[in-house]
Design a protein around this ligand. Sequence first.
Ligand SMILES: [Zn+2]
Length: 681
Amino acid sequence: MKIDRLSDWSPVTALLQHTLGQMLNLEIDSEPFSQLEEYFRELEKVPPLQGWQNDSFLELFGERVFEALNRQYGGATPPVQLDLLKISVALHLPPLPIPLVPIARHPLSGAMTVASWIPGLGPILNSPSANILRDFWCTDFIQCVWVAPASIRAFLAASVERLSLDAVPPHEDFRALDAQLPDCPWLDAADVLIPVNTLRELGLSCNLMRSVSAVPLYRAENIVTVLSAQRLMPQTIGRLQQTLRTTATIFQVRGDEAAIEHLIERTETDNIDPSRIFRGAGKTTQQSGRDLETEAVRVVNTCLLKAVKMRSSDIIFAETPDMLRVRYKVDGGWMDEPGGLPLAVAKEVINHIKMRCHLDISITKIDQDGLLVKDFEGQRFTFRVNTSMDISGEKAVLRVQPKFDTILSLEEYGMPQTYIDAIDQTLARSSGLIVLCGPTGCGKSTTIYSILRRIDASFQNVLTAEDPVEIVVPLVSQKLIDRATGETFASWTRDILRKAPCITVVGEMRDQETVEAVMTVATSGHRIISTLHTTSAWTIPSRLMDLKAQRFYISQSLSVGISQRLVKMLCPKCQVQVPVPAAEKLVRMGLDPERFHGVTHLAKARGCPYCHGRGSYGRRAIFEAMLVDDEIREAIEEGATSLDLRNISARSGEQTIFDKALAEAIAGRISLQEACTTRCG
Ligand SMILES: [Zn+2]
């Protein structure tokens, strides 16, 4: 069907106006009624996208908050509190004075769920006068939920670029309405995030939610909206009301069973609820040591499971003067377990971790290291544990130790083939030095393990010195540099020639002695890989010279210098397009507007349940390299500056990390802000 005249919409507009007037009990010819008419007249004069940004009539008329309106006018439509920004459905909005936002489409029946700031629209949107609306969305049936006007406006303001006032193109696969629960709007449970506080206030346990297969979504004073797969039986409603200690009306919206189960599971791991895990744990006098111990085991297991599910790299359990603080590191950023856990259980939790790694629980003032192994869902995870004491108390830091066979290859890491070839050539030669650089946490050691994956250690003598040993590599002799015994990278490297090495890895060159020892090994016919703390591949020679290496030895031994950064990838579920900032703003950010020529949009993400509200999901490495050829070797020997070296590389097409990160931002894979973090100097 073709809808090309806005006047076609006037019956629906009239219906909306009429419903609103009835709902508010406005007498015809009264002052408020003419205000309502005036409101609609004004809106019809401006383009919808602009008019929708105005305050809703409910706000203008009622000046009441959403909940108060809800109390007064609710009863017709399930109210929900949805962050519409996190919901992604067809962004086709009918050109009506009142925004109707499609938020879900039932996968089988095709019934459309629409959010609006007017409650109780269901019946009128399915009346014959509103045929045009159902044609617009290619659906047979429209269901409604009621969302706060502010939430709708925020969504519209943020999505204005993506919205369309054109009808949804008809799709062939459309099936007949599943009339099972025509009065229950369907929501995609994957879009739903239950705030921890809602659950805490409601006091619903995951077990109860599971047993009735329902999840509370929203609570106003006398209304609770519940998401469930089946129609709720009266006894189930009674049970919910009993648990919620309320006589509130329970509204039902509908979701898929598997998705609801998944949502409950996610809630379980997302929201470890200290008050529930430790029911009464604060009152130590009433709790026996055995109870606390049991609780501690549950806390440790729950937190570790949560960490694994969130793809955390590190977990900290820290005793503070008034609680146990649990933190997770995900994609390089830290996040706190909300609320913290009661202090009473803190000591037990740390002791339990120490016992699991066979550490001495009576030793608190001296650092201890150990390994904790835990199986989750048939997979084995190893955590490297360090316990220590600071002024606020004892803490345990756990780092997830990846397995060697899960380390990606350099190709999988996205390293350009020319760099990989240069590394392979160096490893195949009789001597050469590969240096990796970049700030702490940029993934240098992972890259070294990836390089080790390329070496067949059964035919070569491969030796490494590491602090700490992050991953155990089969057939490689790995040495943990134990500073307590006075051992250093320098002393180990000086001794290495006696061990007949083929390939040597020296964890880090951080002082003059180590650099000297590495240069000696590298220039005496050996292959050596190490890392250096400097920002770009082209500053490696000058940094080595700062550490008193001689220019000639650098030029003779260095074959590949690689710098890398990890950038956060935008969450695929909640990214939105944003216009490219104006040229002046780009200049203020230190960016060249020319780079953005012909680019209209960039991407950013707002955070959703999938990404734990962070807006990013996963990271990828970006590399830059100085591949030492004759020209660069000569330039180093002649005392070229880092800039000179970079210019030489640039002539053969080599780009900096920042250039590459900008290209990623322009391609919409990372945010512009993230690209800017890779800029050095
Ligand atoms: Zn997200």
